[in-house]
Design a protein around this ligand. Structure first.
Ligand code: AMP
Length: 191
């Protein structure tokens, strides 16, 4: 069973790489960003609240995210070889909640893959994505805020997994296939 976390600043390519990992290793893909955008589209109560945070570049409160994630983990299909968590955990409180919920289900995190890309490249990628994504958070002001919040709140998550010896940094610059080869090598080493 593989329980992989893919982490990295906005625009690092974690969505693209998650799709490739899902295909190669037959995992369920749990993207908290995608789940939230679905809630927003369906105009649910959670969606309306989430949108007010997302459009400002802020994080959605931990409790809401953790509740949403628990439901998704429990709805996981029996046929998959595990899960890839994309965009979660983003805070140490979320990491603690994840380890607790996996532990209670006799599961554990395999590895956290941290996709490293410098801020200049991230801003370029996100501005380009903003031309077509229609996302309320892909504009320069919100991008800068997201990068700052990422630095403040998500960098400690890397330290949390370093302390558990479950951390791998990957160079996120290169072609999609080059980066995927680097990630596959790490997964194969840790599975
Ligand atoms: P993403 O698609 O992963 O870039 O997520 C888009 C936005 O959704 C983020 O900028 C946050 O506002 C919100 N979001 C997604 N995942 C989380 C999370 N784990 N914790 C808090 N907010 C989140």
């Amino acid at each position: 069973m593989l329980n992989i976390i893919i982490c990295g600043a906005p625009g690092c390519g974690k969505g693209t790489q998650s799709n490739l990992i899902v295909e190669k290793y037959s995992l369920d893909h749990l993207s908290t960003g995608d789940l939230l955008r679905k809630e927003i589209e369906q105009k649910t109560k959670l969606g309306v609240i989430a949108e007010s945070f997302i459009s400002k570049g802020s994080f959605v409160p931990d409790e809401m995210i953790i509740d949403m994630l628990i439901q998704s983990v429990d709805n996981q299909s029996d046929k998959s070889n595990g899960i890839i968590l994309d965009g979660f955990p983003r805070t140490v409180a979320q990491a603690e909640a994840l380890e607790d919920l996996l532990g209670k289900r006799n599961k554990k995190t395999t590895i956290l893959i941290d996709l490293l890309v410098d801020n200049k490249e991230l801003i370029n990628r996100l501005l380009k994505r903003g031309e077509t994504s229609g996302r309320s958070d892909d504009n320069l002001e919100t991008i800068k805020k997201r990068l700052q919040i990422y630095q403040e709140k998500t960098t400690p998550v890397s330290d949390f997994y370093k302390n558990l010896n479950k951390y791998a940094a990957i160079d996120g610059i290169g072609t999609v296939n080059e980066i995927f080869s680097r990630i596959s090598a790490v997964i194969d080493l840790n599975r």
